[in-house]
Design a protein around this ligand. Structure first.
Ligand code: HEM
Ligand code: SF4
Length: 557
């Protein structure tokens, strides 16, 4: 993992002390809330529905146990004993008191963490594949590059007042676990015919009120050109971006309005101009970062304990089948810990649970933890013979739910329970669906299915790229939920299509049940996932299941 340099340490500490003075001035009344707002947003502090909310970056989702314990301590000492892991590899504290925030930021700085650029019109936390450095399908670990981008973008003088926020995601694997096609810039590591590593560069993806899948601006960018090329993209958009209209300011609109060919021309032109300024310092830095992210020394060991538990313990088998995937080193597994116990708030972890996960990472996981964009926690390097012990400890902490990638592994934004922009609730809908699915005991039979829920059009819950998406809206003072079908956030990304009229809250669970039943009826076997069936058949059988009355009316007509 990357460790802070003296410069990083000093930089972060200085920001905390500046912010401490600003908070004091807000508390003694010398700053109004309006004057304070831009200052707090520069430090990740929002004003939610009921309280301030602090968003802390977990760059490319990587944490060590020491950092996780500090997050637990903060949750206990200054919040209500839990934290919320988000779709952008951040953790949010929902109840900090303003006077405590500088102390929280200092506590974060003690473990090399901060909340800088987690809001505002800047380049936000750079996100990455949560299996980075461990995945069997990976070309290379994308995190050194993600760290390079983080260092370059943090407080970059040219990019502090962009037209709008800017999100970069990066994957080193052909199987995209970072939703690169729904980001302002998505980077997919590829090899060219000569076998050299480089990137496919995608721009202009994004969700929110105008969802768009990103377009390829460069098919192969040599690795050494990455920083100047990304800088070229951001600076072209910085000039062209629509500052006149907040809703048209994201790069996806710029790409849409000018066309990808014109954007490519401008980016390439700018790239040629600035390329010589990057005299190789970035590549020296990158070489150092590659060292810092070197894989741990993974020793071979007997698989007997794993095999015996797998044969004799059905609960363990379900966990191993669903929550463990193969590591690039034979004998090792990547363990996903679900923060989606049926009926729980998706993404929430208590301080005790955070400590359990930290202990397990330390004892069995080479001291690494990852936060996934799907609001779960990963132990990336666990020898399979240790997984039974990990599972037993997780069970005790209420963290052993075997549902990764299944129906109840739902992404949900905070919705009306916390968010000032919400038009409907998200968390209770997710809880009700998961509880019902648990009663029916069907999720293993149904298999891979992703449900994603947002409480307003901003799409923080990624509903557009859910196989089943749920969007909560306000219809004349009544919460109404629109369902989209066929979305996908992976390398085969697509935006879900609206199925038809929305449903009131109490009808959402039965509607989802009807879609699931329709899928089970039409699938060509267990290997055909919901998404595959949807792509083969189109929306008709699912719409018919969702709106049986209109089918009856059509039949009667
Ligand atoms: C204080 C609470 C929050 C506020 C005020 C907020 C605000 C917004 C807004 C205004 C957008 C639309 C951006 C646009 O189209 O330009 C957005 C999008 C988004 N937010 Fe949030 N959000 C909040 C919480 C969250 C949380 C908790 C998560 C993760 C669970 C999250 C993740 C995202 C993501 C992934 C998008 C995606 C759309 C995209 O940029 O392509 N946000 N948010
Ligand atoms: S989707 Fe809307 S309701 Fe949900 S967190 Fe984002 S802004 Fe809030």
């Amino acid at each position: 993992m990357y460790s802070y340099s003296e410069f990083d340490e000093q930089f972060v500490r200085e920001r905390v002390s500046q912010f401490r003075a600003q908070v004091e001035r807000r508390i003694d009344g010398s700053l109004t809330e309006d004057e304070f707002k831009p200052l707090r947003l520069m430090n990740g502090l929002y004003l939610q529905l009921h309280a301030y909310m602090l968003r802390v970056a977990i760059p490319y989702g990587t944490l060590n146990p020491h950092q996780m314990r500090q997050l637990a301590m903060i949750a206990e000492k200054w919040d209500k004993g839990y934290g919320h892991f988000t779709t952008r590899q951040n953790i949010q504290y929902n109840w900090p008191k303003l006077k405590d925030v500088p102390d929280i930021l200092d506590a974060l700085a003690d473990v090399e963490m901060h909340a800088i650029q987690t809001s505002g019109n800047t380049i936000r936390n750079v996100t990455a594949d949560h299996f980075a450095g461990a995945a069997a399908d990976e070309i290379a670990d994308p995190r050194p590059v993600a760290e390079l981008l983080r260092q370059w973008s943090t407080d970059h003088p040219e990019f502090q007042f962009l037209p709008r926020k800017f999100k970069i995601a990066i994957t080193g694997s052909p199987n995209d676990r970072a939703v690169t096609k729904a980001h302002d810039i998505g980077l997919r590591m590829v090899r060219n015919d000569a076998g050299d590593e480089g990137f496919e560069v995608i721009v202009g993806g994004g969700l929110g009120r105008t969802p768009m899948i990103g377009k390829v601006v460069r098919e192969f960018l040599p690795k050494a050109d990455l920083l100047p090329y990304v800088e070229a993209i951001v600076s072209v958009w910085n000039l062209l971006g629509r500052r006149d209209n907040k809703y048209k300011a994201r790069i996806k609109i710029t790409v849409h309005e000018h066309g990808i060919d014109e954007i490519r021309r401008l980016v390439e032109e700018r790239f040629e101009e600035i390329r010589p300024q990057f005299s190789g310092v970035d590549q020296e830095l990158l070489a150092g970062l590659e060292q810092a992210f070197a894989a741990p020394d993974l020793q071979e060991a007997s698989l007997a304990a794993f095999e015996s538990a797998y044969t004799n313990d059905a609960m363990f088998r379900a966990f191993a089948d669903t929550n463990v995937v193969d590591h690039k080193v034979p004998g090792y597994g990547i363990v996903s810990i679900s923060l989606k116990a049926h009926g729980a708030t998706p993404g929430d972890a208590s301080a005790d649970q955070m400590r359990v996960m930290a202990d397990l990472a330390e004892r069995y996981g080479h001291s690494e933890l990852r936060i996934s964009h799907e609001q779960n926690v990963i132990l990336p390097h666990v020898h399979k013979s240790d997984i039974p012990a990990v599972h037993a400890a997780l069970k005790e902490a209420g963290l052993a739910t075997a549902n990764i990638g299944l129906i109840s592994d739902i992404i949900a934004c905070p919705g009306m329970d916390y968010c000032a922009l919400a038009t409907a609730r998200s968390i209770p809908i997710a809880q009700e669906i998961a509880t019902r699915i648990d009663e029916l005991k069907i999720e293993h039979e149904v298999g891979h299915m992703k449900i994603k829920i947002s409480g307003c059009i901003n799409a923080c819950g990624h509903h557009h790229v859910g196989h089943i998406g749920i969007l909560g809206l306000d219809r004349a003072g009544v919460e109404n939920y629109q369902i989209t079908l066929g979305g996908d956030g992976t390398e085969t990304a697509s935006i879900g299509e609206r199925a038809g009229p929305g449903f009131p809250a109490e009808e959402v669970v039965p509607a989802i049940e009807r879609i699931i039943k329709a899928y089970l009826d039409v699938r060509e076997g267990e290997d055909e996932t919901f998404l595959m069936a949807y792509r083969r058949l189109g929306p008709a059988p699912f719409k018919a299941a969702l709106y049986p009355e209109s089918k009856e009316q059509a039949d009667a007509a």
